[in-house]
Each structure stands twice: as C-alpha cells, then as structure tokens.
Design a protein around this ligand. Structure first.
Ligand code: ADP
Ligand code: MG
Length: 390
C-alpha cells in the first residue's frame, strides 16, 4: 500500500487534524540457528525488505486508539486510571503488552495517540510480523513521548510483551534483527551476550526464497513453549551431575560432551540437547561459508539443520518436509524450515535465473500433494530500524 493511500486511510479513520508521523520496522528470516536463541545460542537472521508501518498522531484523549488495515479491526487501550494487565486475547495484546511492560514512570509519560497499522510482512508466516508490529509501535512510543529507551531496552520491551503478555515464549532474535538488520548482511547474534557481528553475505548469484506452507499446527498444544521447557529440564538434569554442575546453558556444551549427555539424559531430552549443540556449530560454519560465497557447503548445512529439526527437535511437519525434500530433489544448494516450526515457512537458496520456475514448480507440487496453495516471497537482506533515515 502506498504511503499516500495509508495517509488517506488515517484521515478516514481518525479525521483530518494534522499529518501523522510514520514509523516502521521490518520482518525477518532466520537463515540458520533455530530454537537456539532461547538457549543462549547463536542465530543468523536477516531483516527483510518487508516492513510494518505505524502511522501515529497525538490525540487529546487519554486513550491509545488502534486500527489494523490488515485485520480490518480497531481497538483501544485506555491510559487513565492505571493500565490494565488484562489481556484481550487478540492482536491488540501485542501493544497492550508493550505499554504494560514499560516501567511506571515511562508509562506515565504516555498520553493519547492514534495509531494506524499496515504490514507488508505476511502475518503468521514465520517472517515475524509480530516483532515488526511491536518494534514499529515501540519506536513510535519512544520517539513521540521521549521515553529515552536505548536500543536494547526497546528490543527487550517488545520481547517481554510477546513473552509475558501474549504468552509466546520466544527468544530475542526477532526484535533484535528488526532493529539491527543491515543491507546485504546477516546478523550473527550471540544471544548469551546479546551482541552481534555483521556477516557480509556473498550469495554468489543466488536468491533467497521463502515458501510459506500456509499451514499452522500450533493449535496442537503449545509445542513451542513445551520445547523451551524440555530444554530447561535438560539443563537442570545436567546441572545435577558432578561433571556439569556449573553449566549455565545448553549452548555451553561442546560436541564432545554429547556422549555424556546421551548417557545422562532421557532420550528425548538428549535429542533436544544435541540439536542445540550441533545447530550452534552449524550457525558458525554457515556464517563463514556464506561470507565467502561457498553456497554449496552452506546449503548442505541448511539441509542438515532441517533434518535435525525434524528428527531430533521434532518441530517440523509433513508440509515443511515436503518443500525441503522438493528442494533436495531439484538439486538446489539448500533449504530448511525457518521459524518455530509446526507449519510456517521454508527458506530456499535458489540460483538466480531459475528462481521463478523453481517457485512455480514447488507451488504446483505442493498443491498436488496437499491441495493447498503455498506462497512464495523473494527476500533480500535489508536494513533494520537502526538504519532507517525516514
Ligand atoms: P509471525 O510473527 O510469524 O507473523 P505470529 O503468530 O508470531 O506470526 O504473529 C502474528 C500475530 O501478530 C497476528 O495473529 C496478530 O495478532 C499480530 N499481528 C502482526 N501484524 C499485525 C498487524 N499488522 N495488525 C494486527 N495484528 C498483527
Ligand atoms: Mg512472531
């Protein structure tokens, strides 16, 4: 949607009373390093060239009014008389959560605001429309009300909103890369230290293609949170042994420790642990290979990551497996599920020139297998909030 159209919509909803200010934040794709961020491990995401925009204007009421063009739905968050900790169970919780997570003094600095939201990031596809929404709104609040939040505070605020308020126990990656992302670059994030290194990507005439399965199996119990708990259980059991009493996270284990892990933990927890340890290794190697344009070898790590997520971490599903197997059969360098799993998206490294045909054929094969239309998006490593000048 063009900016002029968005501004017209803003006037239509909130009236003509001055120009809104515009804030935006991108979605992301994680190249490799899945389910490692909440284990103090490594991840390698890129910010993508799809953003969520928040058009905002102060209002004289003690209310934050919201409207999402994507969901064609409004909402309001009253500010006076104490902010409610009550969740509404709908999308406005992402914003209610941000406000509720602010400390009292900053909360008191807020006053009425009209917010119009529009997302280019497909919603619920694993490209983190949720973080894009949070970061766009949080940066709007930070600037409009001069809250003085530093980048990491902003990032943690949004993560906290998602964890505590919405109830999705996600790690810090999504918000972090939405802020720090940079063109042609991936972010090697060390989540234990909350620090990153930029990795210049040499894709050697390849494109990054995301194919969304358009299915979600997350209703089958909250398996994401269950995996998190399993990792905590594994860590606690390992720490009870003399050898690993000082272990602070599963990511502190090395591949050499895995024999001991296998002999100590129940099979499922040992498998989860092995995934985390080996995935961290893959992230390090993939970052080095992608910087050197060694796409074939990096792609092999993508396939290996997928196998591990499927067999050891058990977060894949038939639809994701089908698309990754399709990639294998077509002989492209690499593909894997990306995001939390149980549906959502896959990422494929496809040679330039073949990519449109590849997407078409993958879509046809997927439709024939499942009777569902997949959706494809070519993505390129793009700037995050920090790099935006307008
Ligand atoms: P993902 O982050 O991969 O897109 P999530 O399930 O984490 O998937 O987040 C999607 C949810 O975030 C939506 O169901 C909705 O509640 C909220 N959301 C994201 N973008 C918007 C938007 N533009 N307008 C309203 N709600 C949104
Ligand atoms: Mg999300």
């Amino acid at each position: 949607m063009q900016l002029t159209e968005l501004k017209e919509k803003f006037t239509e909803i909130y009236g003509a009373d001055g120009e809104p200010n515009i804030y935006r934040a991108p979605g992301r794709v994680n190249l490799i390093g899945e389910h490692t961020d909440y284990n103090d491990g490594l991840v390698l995401p890129i910010a993508i060239d799809l953003t969520t925009r928040a058009l905002v204007r102060r209002n004289p009421k003690e209310t934050i009014r919201l409207y999402s063009i994507d969901l064609e739905e409004g909402g309001r968050i009253p500010l006076g008389g104490g902010i409610s900790s009550k969740k509404s169970g709908c999308w406005t919780d992402y914003i209610g959560g941000i406000i509720f997570s602010l400390d009292k003094e900053k909360r008191n600095a807020l006053s009425g605001l009209d917010i119009l939201l529009h997302s280019e990031v497909p919603i619920g596809s694993g490209l983190s429309s949720s973080a894009a929404l949070e970061m766009a709104v949080a940066s709007a609040l930070n600037t409009e009300f001069e809250l003085g939040l530093e980048p990491l505070e902003l990032i943690r605020l949004c993560q906290n909103a998602e964890n505590e308020f919405v109830g999705a126990n996600t790690g810090i990656m999504d918000q972090y890369v939405s802020y720090f992302g940079r063109e042609n670059t991936a972010l090697l994030i060390d989540t234990a230290r909350t620090s990153h290194r930029y990795v210049n990507l040499d894709l050697a005439s390849h494109e990054l293609l995301v194919i969304d399965t358009t299915v979600s199996h997350t209703h089958e119990g909250n398996k994401y949170n269950q995996r998190r708990e399993e990792c905590e259980d594994a860590l606690n059991l390992l720490k009870k042994t003399d050898k690993l009493v000082h272990l602070s996270s599963l990511s502190d284990l090395s591949p050499e420790d895995l024999g001991y892990v296998n002999s100590t933990l129940p099979e499922i927890l040992a498998n989860r642990t092995r995934h985390v340890v080996e995935e961290n290794q893959r992230v390090k190697r993939a970052a080095a290979l992608l910087a050197e344009g060694k796409i074939g070898k990096a792609g092999e790590l993508f396939f290996a990551s997928h196998r591990s997520l499927r067999d050891l971490y058990e977060v894949s599903c038939p639809e994701l497996d089908f698309l990754v197997n399709f990639a294998r059969k077509q002989g492209i360098p690499g593909a894997r599920m990306t995001g939390g799993g149980f549906g959502g998206s896959t990422i494929h490294i496809v040679p330039e020139g073949d990519s449109d045909t590849y997407l078409k054929e993958a879509g046809e094969a997927y439709l024939a297998e499942f009777g569902i239309e997949a959706e494809g998006f070519f993505v390129s490593p793009s700037n995050g909030l920090k790099e935006f000048t307008s």
